[in-house]
Each structure stands twice: as C-alpha cells, then as structure tokens.
Design a protein around this ligand. Structure first.
Ligand code: CIR
Length: 254
C-alpha cells in the first residue's frame, strides 16, 4: 500500500485529562506537543503530505484521530467511537474528510467502532471486538466494505485494548505481533515478527512507504525490524503512552 497523505490533530491542553488505564502518571502537555511535532516531521519524512488540524479543547482524546475514521483507497468510513467522551470527535471529521473523499460511509448506533480496532492488509481488513467496537459495528463495517470489494475478518479480542495495540502489518505478508495474537489461527499464515511481553508497547508501530516508525527505547524491536530489512524511524512516545495511545492512533494515513 502506498500512502500519500495523513491527517493529524494537535493535542489540546485538556489532553492531560483524557481517558487512560495506565498508571504512568499525567502527561506533560508541553512535551506532548513536542513529541507530536516530531511525529508530524516523521510522517513527512516518509513522504506524506500532512494535514494538521488545530486542537479541540472539548475532546481531551481527540489527538488520537485514528479512532474516528477508516480511510481506504475506495471510500472513507466515519466511525462511531465506543467511548462516550470521544463520540463527538467525529463531527469534526464529517467536515474534514469530504475534502479528500467523495464516497463516505458511516457506522451507526447500535453499532460502535474505533479505528484503532481496524487493521488493513491489502484488500483484507481485520476488525477487533473490544470495549470500543461491538459486533453490530463490526458487522456494519463488513457490510460496507463488501460493497467496495474488500474482505473483513472479525476478531474477538481477549486482552488488548484495541486490535492494533498488539499487531501491525508491515507489507510483504509480514506482521509484527504480540500477546494473544502470537498463537492465533487468524494470523498464522503471515510471517511473524514476535514482540515479547515486556516490550509489548512497541507492537503498535506503523509501516509507511519505505519506513517503519517505532516507539523509542525498544532496542529488541528495533533490531528485529531492521534485520527484516526495513528503515526504522524511532519516536519518543512517552506522553502518548500515558494515555494508552500509540503511534498508529495519532494519524489517519491514506
Ligand atoms: C482512549 O482511551 O480512547 C485514548 N486515551 C487512547 C486511544 C488510543 N487509540 C488507539 O489505540 N487507536
């Protein structure tokens, strides 16, 4: 898959009060802004034209734009995020996405779906059932994408927060994967780069064009991905990790 664009949204000052299950402490807002700016630069380095949306104080988690839409080569799907405090984030997307797409579909209640639960592998999408994505949402997603010739496999998550918390597709039939996905039948036909438990956070990495962006400080992951032949960019993600966010969550790539 060749990507040419990305959409990101700057963190708001309210970011520090967003949702989290981690016990890593409150984010440092100034540092989050710095890390976000470095993220945008890295996306540009991979060849993307980046649209940077202004921060929205009303939505503390709105910097995690990935959850609000799924952008495919043939259509955009605006999601229905499963967390109450985040659901209104899609209103902004309803005005932004039409700049880039003519064909827009919507996940609707009682269906809920977060983009973090969706992983694309060429013409095949995997959707995780999580605390944010329910079966009705996943089935709607499957029905929508079938109209465009895409296949969708639904995966029940056991432990991971979102599907892509524990798996990433790197092209070349290769996945980086951790935890419950390592032994899963669903992903058994891919080449595996296995991420150990202690460094599980680094399973959320992003393959863009000739690069794989990984979080900084995960030497074993860096080595494995470099050894597999990829150009690796490392980014300090400390202030996003504190709010359960990873690299994929911070952008929509298309
Ligand atoms: C949330 O709980 O929704 C945010 N604090 C983190 C969202 C991370 N998004 C993602 O994994 N796609």
């Amino acid at each position: 898959m060749k990507f040419s664009r990305a959409i990101v949204k700057k963190p708001a000052a309210s970011y520090v009060n967003g949702l989290t299950t981690s016990d890593l402490g409150k984010p440092d807002f100034a540092l989050a802004l710095e890390q976000h700016a470095a993220y945008v630069e890295a996306l540009k380095q991979t060849g993307l034209e980046v649209t940077v949306l202004e921060a929205d104080e009303r939505f503390p988690d709105s910097t995690f734009v990935e959850d609000t839409a799924v952008l495919t080569e043939k259509c955009a799907v605006i999601t229905n995020p499963g967390a109450d405090s985040r659901n209104g984030e899609i209103e902004d997307m309803k005005t932004i996405i039409p700049r880039f797409y003519d064909t827009i579909e919507y996940i609707q209640a009682p269906g809920f779906l977060d983009g973090g639960d969706v992983m694309q592998v060429e013409n095949h999408f995997y959707v995780g059932l999580s605390t944010r994505t329910n079966e009705a949402g996943a089935i709607q997603f499957r029905e929508i994408l079938a109209k465009y010739g895409y296949e969708v496999t639904i995966v029940q998550l056991e432990e991971f927060f979102h599907l892509k918390t524990g798996i990433a597709y790197l092209g070349n039939n290769t996945v980086v994967l951790a935890g419950e996905f390592i032994e899963s039948d669903t992903f058994k036909d891919y080449k595996h780069i296995i991420i150990e438990k202690e460094v599980e956070y680094s399973a959320n990495c992003i393959h863009i064009n000739d690069y794989v962006i990984i979080p900084k400080g995960f030497e074993s992951t860096k080595k494995q991905i470099t050894d597999a032949g990829y150009n690796v960019i490392e980014l300090d993600m400390s202030e996003f990790r504190k709010q359960d966010g990873g690299l994929s969550c911070l952008s929509l790539r298309f």
